[in-house]
Write a protein that binds this ligand. Structure first.
Ligand code: LLP
Length: 426
């Protein structure tokens, strides 16, 4: 459910005609619907209201400060994976006690920044990381609360690039080694193993793998308890899928019910506050709350194929090129006439630069606007300057008002930080 709808034959973002926005801000442009963001966050968070929990929005899905502020005001925490994301969430006003830090390659500087900020948990993904963390914590004389991210060997059967919890993946620590790593951590003076963590993948459209993970984690929590290690946080990661085309992922309510059922009567932890569930949703909150609007530059026929060339390319939205993923494309003011199969492509010098292939679309002419739907997650956040293209503007729409929440880049942004060495006179 989102608030991009047709009124009087034109696609609107909430109460605003998209052509008016495009005229004011230019294209390509990412548009986010405030009402949709709030609705999705609340739907997810409230689904778990019967359980002590913390919804840590996964910043990598879309890291614009305005969105982070919205989620923080709604009571959300954050799942971060870098010092850069830590900087962003603190800048957005996040409560450090609601931040968890995942990632297989945290640097010493990143660990130090996280400890100094006083975040809730570092999700440790290897023994060498644990050792480095222990050294940094001792040096700073700060106690580090940690979870271990475990690799549970469960395949959620989504895209191979989006699977993270099988032995072929680089993520986490083999679940078979869990007891020994916790034992080791418990002996370190500045380390407090307080949580257990798993993230098995993304765009998951069934409840089953989540329940399978939870069963494994519950079992471990009880065994750790018997070893005298008290687990207060159980982090199930993110990964709940959305509808891009015809997928029918479970509603957060269904997910929460299944988790609640599994945790009913579970007294695995004797920590005073019981167990707090942590969830790290990204896509399910922002995915369908954002669209990418582009303008048709040209259309042409090459051999038997028809191409529609737009001013948005793979540098703006890389998902189709990278995962062959499907994004619905809707003309903002659809023309009458027969639908035709076309490739919608960008201006980049790569054959992989497409937004859609062999897609049946109504007639499109130069100057027409198109909306690429479901672009709120992993859209702008994965965009780049490839081909020296300034990155798109981002706009937040609220009712019939809008704010540019990231201005369109200008050519000077492209060379920021670059230096021509002395002696290379023109
Ligand atoms: N937690 C951790 C540790 C993660 O690695 C991820 C995503 C999430 C949470 C959030 O997952 P979500 O709820 O959004 O599925 N670029 C890909 C998706 C990569 C996901 C990486 N990790 C795409 O465009 O589909």
């Amino acid at each position: 459910m989102h608030y991009f709808q047709f009124h009087r034959r034109e696609l609107h973002a909430e109460g605003l005609p998209i052509s008016r926005l495009a005229k004011a801000v230019g294209t390509p442009v990412y548009l986010y619907s405030h009402q949709t963001l709030v609705r999705h966050f609340n739907a997810f968070d409230r689904a778990f209201s019967a359980l002590p929990h913390l919804t840590c929005y996964s910043v990598k899905a879309n890291s614009n400060l305005a969105l982070l502020r919205i989620f923080s005001r709604l009571g959300g925490g954050f799942d971060i994976v870098s010092g850069g994301e830590l900087f962003r969430v603190l800048r957005a006003g996040a409560d450090p006690r609601r931040i968890v830090f995942s990632g297989v390659g945290k640097t010493e500087a990143e660990i130090e920044a996280a400890l100094r900020a006083g975040i809730l948990l570092l999700n440790v993904e290897s023994i060498p990381e644990l050792e480095l963390l222990s050294r940094v914590a001792r040096r700073l004389k700060l106690r580090a609360r940690i979870s271990f991210r475990l690799n549970p060997d469960i395949n959620p059967r989504s895209h191979p690039y989006l699977t993270t919890g099988t032995p072929e993946n680089k993520f986490g620590i083999d679940i078979k080694e869990a007891l020994s790593v916790y034992r080791r951590a418990a002996r370190l003076p500045y380390v407090e193993p307080a949580g257990i963590d798993c993230h098995i993948g993304s765009q998951i459209t069934s409840i089953r793998p989540f329940v399978a993970v939870l069963k494994k984690l519950k079992n471990l929590v009880s065994r750790l308890q018997r070893m005298g290690i008290c687990i207060s946080y159980l982090d199930l990661g993110g990964g709940l899928g959305i509808t891009y085309r015809d997928e029918s992922p479970p509603h957060p309510d269904e997910y929460a019910r299944a988790v609640g059922k599994e945790l009913r009567g579970f007294s695995g932890s004797q920590s005073p506050g019981g167990i707090t569930l942590i969830l790290e949703p990204g896509r399910v909150i922002v995915g369908n709350a954002g669209i990418l609007v582009a303008r048709v530059l040209y259309s042409k026929k090459v051999g038997r194929k028809e191409f529609v060339i737009t001013d948005a390319g793979m540098n703006d939205l890389i998902r189709p090129a990278l995962y062959d993923s499907y994004h619905e494309i809707i003309p903002v003011r659809p023309r009458g006439g027969p639908r035709k199969k076309v490739d919608v492509v960008g201006p980049i010098c790569e054959s992989g630069d497409f937004l859609a292939r062999d897609r049946k679309l109504p007639p499109l002419k130069a100057g027409d606007l198109i909306a690429i739907m479901g672009a709120g997650a992993y859209g702008f956040s994965m965009s780049s300057n490839y081909n020296s293209r300034p990155r798109a503007a981002e706009v937040l729409v609220r009712g019939n008002r809008f704010t540019v929440i990231r201005r369109r880049e200008i050519p000077a942004d492209l060379v920021r930080g670059e230096v021509i060495p002395r002696g290379l006179d023109p």
